[in-house]
Design a protein around this ligand. Structure first.
Ligand SMILES: [Zn+2]
Length: 192
């Protein structure tokens, strides 16, 4: 019986996907904001997004901090850009395994007047884009983090729905922002 348990545990360990990750730092700029509009606390928001997927994966994702960007399956950059509103993801293969280079635009316009709303948008953008890096596609369901604004819908209401769950930024890790359908899609994607 004991040996069976050990075999089962070993099998689970083999199935678990190790996802090395790298998150760009946002260095403080004296007297000014960083070129991209990122803030020193943003890498933590990105890490919370990855940890949310890890929790929702039911053990299929095991995060591991990478020493270098080049060796990481999941790479998160802070960016400026005119082509996308919030972020974008470039799929990559690292050592024969699926990953992605994620670009998050941390400058979120008028919502900056509410720091918690601003952080909520950056967090949700990290969550959406890293979802792509994990193999998730867009959905038409407004409840999903993988919902695409190209299907219409009230963008402000979308972000406010999440922001209204928070008293402070510190509440973000307690609210994954992932729907039941996202969770099902994630677990299916990770088996492919
Ligand atoms: Zn997308």
């Amino acid at each position: 019986m004991k040996s069976l348990l050990i075999i089962l545990l070993f099998a689970c360990a083999l199935q678990a996907g190790e996802y090395s990750y790298w998150i760009e730092a946002c260095p403080a700029v004296a007297g000014a904001t960083h070129l991209t509009g990122c803030e020193p606390g943003d890498p933590e928001l990105a890490r919370w997004a990855l940890e949310a997927w890890q929790r929702e994966s039911g053990g299929a994702i095991v995060l591991k901090k990478s020493a270098t960007e080049e060796s990481a399956r999941l790479r998160i950059h802070w960016a400026t850009g005119a082509t996308s509103l919030y972020g974008e993801t470039e799929p990559i293969m690292v050592g024969g395994k699926r990953g992605g280079i994620v670009y998050v635009l941390p400058s979120v316009g008028p919502e900056r007047t509410d720091p918690v709303m601003r952080d909520a948008i950056v967090y949700l953008t990290c969550l959406h884009e890293t979802g792509h890096a994990l193999g998730l596609a867009h959905t038409r369901n407004f409840a999903d983090i993988m919902y695409s604004f190209q299907y219409g819908g009230d963008i402000s209401a979308y972000f406010h729905r999440y922001r209204d769950l928070l008293k402070t930024r510190a509440d973000i890790p307690a609210h994954a922002g992932v729907s039941d359908a996202d969770r099902v899609a994630l677990r299916a994607a990770l088996k492919q």
